[in-house]
Design a protein. Structure first.
Length: 226
C-alpha cells in the first residue's frame, strides 16, 4: 500500500496553510519510493517545521540501515503490537504532504494497471506518519563513514474508503486536515489505544479522482487469480 507517491509543493503553498511554519526548502516536486528523501512536518521546540526524511522507516534498534521487511507503511490495526512501530507511534509523530499516490490494482474497473489517486480538486493532502532516527550502533574509525545517522518515516494506513475499494485497492493512507494536523503532532506520550482512537476519530476520507498511470507487466492476471 502506498509504496510510492508524489509530492509537488511550494513554499507559498505551505506558508498559506501555516504562516508560522519553519521551512527548510523552497519547493519540492518528486515522485517518492522507499529510500527517497521527502519533506515531512514535525514538531520541534513547540514549532512546526518542514524537514527532509527518508521514506521507509528504519527502527533505531536495527543493526543495519535497512531491514528485511517493508517499513514504508504502518497498519493502524497492529501498530501498537509491532516492535518497529510501538515507540515511534507513542512519541514521534509527523505529517506527510501528498499530491498523488499510486497503486497496482488487480480487480475493479482498472484491473491490470497502476492507477493514480489525487484530490478531486487537486488540493494537497496530508497523511499521518511516524518517524525514527537511526545511527550505527558501533563507532567507526573511518572518517568517510562518520555521521551516518538519519531520520526516516512511515505513512500510517487504514481500511479504504468505498471509492478506493471500488477501484481495486484495500488500504489507504490516514489523512488529516486543518487543526487535526496539529493535534496529531501533539498527540504523544499517551495510552497507545487512546492515540489510535483519537487519530481515527478525526481522520477523514478525502474526495478523490483516479486515472490510469500505466499498464502492469504481462502476467499480472496470475497474481489476481491467486
Amino acid at each position: 500500500m502506498c509504496s510510492n507517491y508524489t509530492v509537488k509543493v511550494s513554499r507559498l503553498t505551505l506558508k498559506s496553510e501555516n504562516p508560522e511554519l519553519d521551512l527548510q526548502m523552497d519547493e519540492f516536486n518528486e515522485r517518492l519510493h522507499p529510500g527517497g528523501l521527502a519533506p515531512v512536518v514535525v514538531l520541534q521546540n513547540s514549532k512546526q517545521k518542514v524537514t527532509p526524511m527518508r521514506f521507509s522507516m528504519i527502527p533505531s534498534w536495527s543493526k543495519e540501515p535497512k531491514v528485511k521487511f517493508a517499513t514504508h507503511n504502518a497498519r493502524i490495526e497492529s501498530i501498537t503490537e509491532k516492535p518497529a512501530w510501538r515507540l515511534p507511534f507513542q512519541s514521534q509523530h509527523c505529517h506527510v504532504p501528498v499530491t498523488a499516490f499510486y497503486e497496482s490494482v488487480y480487480t475493479g474497473p482498472f484491473a491490470g494497471n497502476v492507477i493514480k489517486f489525487t484530490h478531486i480538486n487537486d488540493e494537497l493532502l496530508w497523511s499521518a506518519g511516524i518517524f525514527d532516527f537511526w545511527k550505527p550502533q558501533e563507532p567507526t574509525a573511518d572518517p568517510e563513514q562518520k555521521d551516518q545517522g538519519f531520520f526516516s518515516f512511515a505513512i500510517l494506513t487504514r481500511e479504504p474508503s468505498k471509492f478506493i475499494l471500488d477501484h481495486g485497492h484495500d488500504r489507504t493512507p490516514i489523512f488529516v486536515q486543518g487543526p487535526q494536523k496539529s493535534k496529531w503532532l501533539n498527540s504523544v506520550n499517551k495510552n497507545p489505544g487512546d492515540i489510535v482512537r483519537d487519530l481515527l476519530s478525526e481522520a477523514y476520507h478525502p474526495e478523490l479522482k483516479v486515472e490510469i498511470e500505466r499498464p502492469l507487466k504481462p502476467g499480472w492476471e496470475k497474481r489476481a487469480a491467486g
